[in-house]
Design a protein around this ligand. Structure first.
Ligand code: GLN
Length: 276
């Protein structure tokens, strides 16, 4: 089998990202980047490479997410190790990182990421600001271990990961609290589609039509925010209004809302009390 024949198998995949999926798998098998695939379409795969490729291809054909097959996913400007214990990082979550970097200009902020999963958000902030003290927590032990592993591998010496639910492991006050909590309605039909089938409901689903954890975070964040500190959360495309209302009722000011790369309301937050 030649590289171009392997790439042509994309037509057999029902995935929306079939071509990119097959490229990822081939890069993984060959240990090369995408430029190599375009430069050497005639190159033959060795028998081992071919059987390895077909094995991975069949896993994808059965629906397994690419990030679980390769064990990694790109986020911000680095690669994260990923496993089935937590959410596969989405590029839309980079909007949360961008917004945080824009709103908090302090050089030595204390920051926390609630429900960190792979550690994606916390790591992006920790690596952008080596002088920030970045904490992260998750109630799932496997996620804590994964986030710690990612932090060590990426050299984020200014990041600490705790095991515990939301605010439980925290003490003191922060200039920035960020979170991408579960926010999908338990009856949302998307849960039965695509990669979501393979991700744990602990990372995806929340009661009260997906709002329970967002509300819990908004209600409790003021106990952990410094004056002028920011709370920023990712949420569902149809939850921005409800989230803004709750933020205002709880006493947040300077409310912000940002859209994701698909133009959907995706990130909201506010400043605690004064001088933002
Ligand atoms: N954005 C994800 C999705 O809709 C959900 C992430 C989450 O629940 N935090 O697939």
């Amino acid at each position: 089998m030649r590289i171009e024949q392997a790439l042509a198998k994309a037509t057999e995949l029902p995935s929306e990202s079939a071509r990119a999926d097959v490229e990822y798998l081939l890069c993984e098998v060959l240990g090369k980047d995408r430029t190599y695939l375009r430069t050497w379409p005639d190159r033959e795969l060795s028998p081992d490479q071919q059987s390895h490729f077909l094995e991975l291809f069949n896993q994808r054909l059965q629906g397994r997410p690419i990030a679980h097959i390769t064990g990694s996913r790109g986020f911000w400007n680095f690669d994260l190790e990923v496993n089935p214990s937590t959410l596969i990082p989405r590029s839309d979550t980079e909007v949360l990182v961008e917004t945080a970097l824009e709103l908090v200009d302090s050089l030595d902020a204390r920051v926390v990421d609630l429900g960190t999963g792979t550690g994606a958000i916390a790591l992006a902030l920790a690596l952008e600001h080596p002088n920030w003290r970045v904490e992260a927590c998750d109630r799932i032990l496997e996620a804590v271990l994964l986030a710690r592993k990612n932090a060590v591998r990426l050299g984020a010496a200014n990041m600490t990961v705790f095991e515990g639910s939301w605010f439980d492991p925290l003490s003191g006050r922060y200039q920035l609290i960020v979170s991408n909590p579960p926010y999908i309605d338990p009856v949302d039909p998307h849960l039965n589609q695509g990669d979501l089938v393979y991700e744990p409901s602990s990372a995806l689903v929340a009661d009260e039509r997906g709002l329970a954890d967002l509300h819990y975070i908004i209600d409790n964040a003021p106990n952990y925010l410094a004056e002028g500190g920011w709370l920023l959360m990712e949420h569902g495309y149809d939850q921005a209004e409800t989230v803004a209302k709750r933020l205002a009722e709880r006493g947040f000011s300077n409310l912000v809302m940002r859209e994701d790369f698909g133009g959907n309301p995706r990130v909201s937050g506010g400043c605690w009390r004064s001088k933002c």
